[in-house]
Write a new protein. Structure first.
Length: 149
């Protein structure tokens, strides 16, 4: 059996982005989206800002439900919003959580559908950068559209 070492470029450092840079705008949009999170059960607000190839930013927040299976994560919320508005090509997603958490498996799978190499940037509420990597690193050997051909 072969062993594979997967290097993820996830780290902890202060995010230093100019407010008007692409990263600065993406993080700001994710912070604003986080303010709209509905999370009375987990108390874990998440904001996401998804950048389309067009340059447009689509935001999403997590929305919980007493029937837990009906909850939606911020990242999938942003993807579904973008697709419903006609965008299906994405370059980067910015995620803000209280502890810099990175997308769950379901969100990674949905993102993979549209761009297996999308850049993922995760920061905490204080804008400390926890992860800046690509989806193919976080979700190796993924199942995608090519598997169904």
């Amino acid at each position: 059996m072969e062993r594979f070492a997967i290097l993820t470029l996830c780290f902890f450092k202060a995010a230093v982005f100019a407010d008007d840079s692409a990263d600065g705008l993406g993080l700001k949009a994710a912070v604003e989206a986080q303010q709209h999170a509905y999370c009375p059960y987990s108390d874990y607000p998440v904001g996401a800002a998804l950048v389309g190839a067009s340059g447009k930013i689509y935001t999403g927040c997590n929305v919980e439900n007493a029937s837990y299976g009906l909850c939606i994560c911020a990242e999938r919320n942003a993807v579904f919003k973008a697709v419903s508005e006609g965008e299906q090509d994405f370059t980067t997603i910015y995620i803000i959580t209280k502890d810099g958490g990175v997308s769950c498996g379901a969100c990674r799978q949905v993102l993979y559908e549209f761009n297996p190499k999308i850049r993922i940037v995760a920061a905490d509420d204080a804008l400390n950068l926890h992860c800046d990597t690509t989806l193919d690193v976080l979700l190796p050997h993924a199942f995608g559209p090519k598997n169904l051909q």
